[in-house]
Design a binder for this molecule. Structure first.
Ligand SMILES: Cc1cc2nc3c(=O)[nH]c(=O)nc-3n(C[C@H](O)[C@H](O)[C@H](O)COP(=O)(O)O)c2cc1C
Length: 351
């Protein structure tokens, strides 16, 4: 109520990236202090019965995670568990720091309940983010109740566009994270729709080369692949076959929707706009791919479901389709941080 009736109408008058940065700064500040953490937890925390879930050896206090792209520099790990999240995916991080694409990088599409994202992997680079997460105790020697996965993408610049350079870019980040023991799991983001050089690694032969290179790095953590959602099933399945052949743990389904015809109000994003759509336009495509993946691969792949989780009902659709865990960003932006607690409460009743 407080968010949707009072805060949201005010916040939505400002540039989305300014609001995003403001929220991250507030969240980081609240996370530093036990009093603010306690207060936030009192209002927004999940205090119901045990709904923890263990997936690939990692226990999540709730099966809801903040998806990659919100906390791209790893600043929120101390506050998110206090608003009902069981984990988060930091990043996507890249080998070198990225400024991001030219502004506007985020555009709200209010009627269609979506954000047009043209962020271009803005982040401080893997080494700076490793240092921050280590300062905050997010490395493997410490026992923590909040799961921090790290999403890895290719640096968004011309230098990493040639295929071999792109592979080395991913390998650098993956190696550094493993060396430093930072990250409870890793997601390889092959499907960022708004980066230099496009989504080259969402072709089976190139994914094969990338995964072979990553396999040379010792890694004891689960590794997932962040999937594109605009591929026809046969092409999507061709990627899954490569992932299964490399014995990876699973997939995150999936990334932003590149097809603007999925908007409720098409005019909200003229063709000249750049970027991928989050939120409601992702719901159907991602749920359908989760369902098909579960049907074909059974329990052999972990599935993290993401895309258009805006309510307990849409979260339930993801679990019913076969998701083991659910991630979200846009639902929290449109419905407020209280949504996560609502999702957890509703899940606890149906479990
Ligand atoms: C502002 C923003 C930035 C994003 N950046 C990333 C990113 O860096 N890496 C990534 O894998 N996905 C990124 N995404 C995609 C989300 O992780 C997610 O897959 C997508 O938004 C669908 O989920 P949602 O409907 O709950 O927002 C981003 C999404 C948003 C809204």
């Amino acid at each position: 109520m407080l968010y949707t009736h009072f805060l949201k109408p005010l916040l939505f008058k400002f540039d989305p990236e300014v609001v995003h940065d403001f929220f991250v700064s507030c969240g980081e500040f609240f996370g530093t202090n036990p009093v603010t953490r306690g207060l936030i937890g009192f209002v927004y925390g999940y205090h119901g019965r045990d709904i923890s879930k263990t997936i690939d050896g990692i226990t999540y206090r709730t099966p809801f995670l903040l998806s990659a792209g919100f906390d791209y520099n790893g600043r929120l790990s101390r506050i998110l568990s206090h608003i009902g999240f069981g984990g988060e995916e930091v990043g996507s991080v890249t080998a070198r720091a990225c400024e991001g694409n030219a502004k506007p990088r985020l555009t709200r599409l209010l009627e269609s309940k979506s954000i047009l994202v043209n962020k271009g992997l803005r982040n401080e680079g893997v080494d700076a983010i490793i240092a921050r997460l280590k300062r905050r105790g997010v490395h493997s020697t410490k026992k923590r109740s909040f799961v921090v996965g790290v999403s890895i993408a290719r640096t968004n610049d011309a230098q990493s566009v040639p295929i071999q350079a792109g592979i080395e870019d991913y390998v650098y980040s993956f190696k550094r994270l493993n060396e430093e023991g930072v990250g409870d799991y890793y997601t390889i983001n092959i499907s960022c729709p708004n980066a230099f050089g496009g989504e080259s690694f969402s072709e089976p032969q190139l994914l094969e080369r990338l995964l072979s290179a990553l396999a040379t790095i010792p890694c004891s953590k689960p590794v997932y692949i962040k999937m594109p959602i605009n591929l026809p099933w046969d092409n999507f399945n061709a990627l899954l076959k490569v992932i299964v052949a490399h014995k990876l743990k699973g997939v995150v389904i999936g990334n932003l929707n590149k097809d603007y015809s999925w908007l409720d109000v098409r005019e909200e994003a003229p063709v000249a706009y750049k970027g991928g759509l989050s939120g409601k336009p992702c719901t159907h495509l991602s749920t359908d791919l989760i369902y098909k993946t579960r049907e074909v691969y059974g329990k052999s792949l972990t599935i993290i479901g993401v895309g258009g989780v805006m309510s307990p009902e849409t979260a339930k659709e993801k679990f019913d389709a076969g998701a083991d865990l659910v991630q979200l960003i846009s639902g929290m932006i449109f419905e407020g941080p209280g949504l996560v607690k609502k999702l957890a409460q509703s899940y606890s009743k149906k479990k």
